[in-house]
Design a binder for this molecule. Sequence first.
Ligand code: ASP
Length: 439
Amino acid sequence: MSVKVCKFGGTSMADGNVIKNVKKIIESDSARKFIVVSAPGKRYSGDVKVTDLLYACHEKIMSEGSANGSFSAVRARYENIVNELGLNFDINSVLDETEKAIERECDEDFTASRGEYLCARIMAEALGAKFIDAADVIFFKENGALDGTRSYKAVAEALSRVKLAVFPGFYGTGANGKVKTFSRGGSDISGAIVARAVGASLYENWTDVSGFLACDPRIVDSPKCIKTISYKELRELSYMGANVLHNESIFPVRKANIPVQIKNTFRPEDEGTSILPTSRYIPSGKTVTGIAGKKNFTVIFIEKSLMNSEIGFICKVLDVLAKEKVSIEHIPSGIDTMSLVIESAELDNFKLERILEGIKNAVEPDIIRVIENIALIATVGHGMSSSVGTSARLFNAIASAKINIKMIDQGSSELNIIVGVKNDDYEKCIRAIYGEFFG
Ligand code: ASP
């Protein structure tokens, strides 16, 4: 029998009326058995997500020793939801307990996790489903990574013989036994863990958009929606900033070849985007699947004659960065040159100075130069490797827009070409590439 795991994001949980739609969606398909929810998100632009209210609450507890009224905005959100849903559920006692617990625990992750906890408690009531606390079934290892083996087993055990269950997303239990959250947007990962644990036939991720768009709609007006995309393409695009799904959320489902469907809670009839294992993915015939990018990178350019024949050169350079605990995004290289592309946020002035000094000492380069304010743009698609002339089309489009390319990196899978341009050219460059391949 097919089992679907459905994750509903913050905007799908924003208020009681939207939750009524969510309930209809779940009840319209008996395969939708295991539900993962985020905390209520924004109801309108300018509104504040419950998770952000909770982080503010934690700040208050840290500075003043108690929540001092800062929990009242959180309380009001949940009271309204319960009223709008017309539920006979004593949410006030749960809120009282929660307020006491966050003051007592005085722990940022615990406080932030209560957004999902409260939402899942209400959703379980609304659906007449079993509430399963993520703290009892999702576990992290000592190093902070997910303990997949333990979590999949615990989720599967908790769900055996359960017909309908609701889980709070975003958190689990750390190696120290305390509640620990994933990074922001992490309920997507929780949904993927549950899907993997039960061997779901589909992981539905319900959001407020009708699928994954070929590029950022703030840059290109109404870009095309991607109907199917492979895990690998999605990973490339979401890593580069396309943020419909948390960029780590595909790992659990990918291993088990479980497809993911992105759906829109506000337009459930829209098809959405299917994210498929690469083996089951049938290329759309399009050369490019999508374009994504990020601003604010720093490039350290190094030149040294006969660099290639100097054994251990790259290793020595990378060692300098490892000692400074800086991660590198890309390392395009030539015979006598290499560039290190680093997210600028990783570098404060002193760190950059120390890295430059370290590299000079370690490898004595002929030239070492820093280029700042670089944006990276990834053009991604399985079709790129098989169509002749793709890079020519890409570079021509960029040249015709009179944009100077500062760096090029073609992923070894030939799945993507990444170009580095000035931050100021970022939007123009995305429009040029989109125009060429989708216009
Ligand atoms: N509520 C959390 C956040 O705002 C997690 C999530 O929405 O997935 O980041």
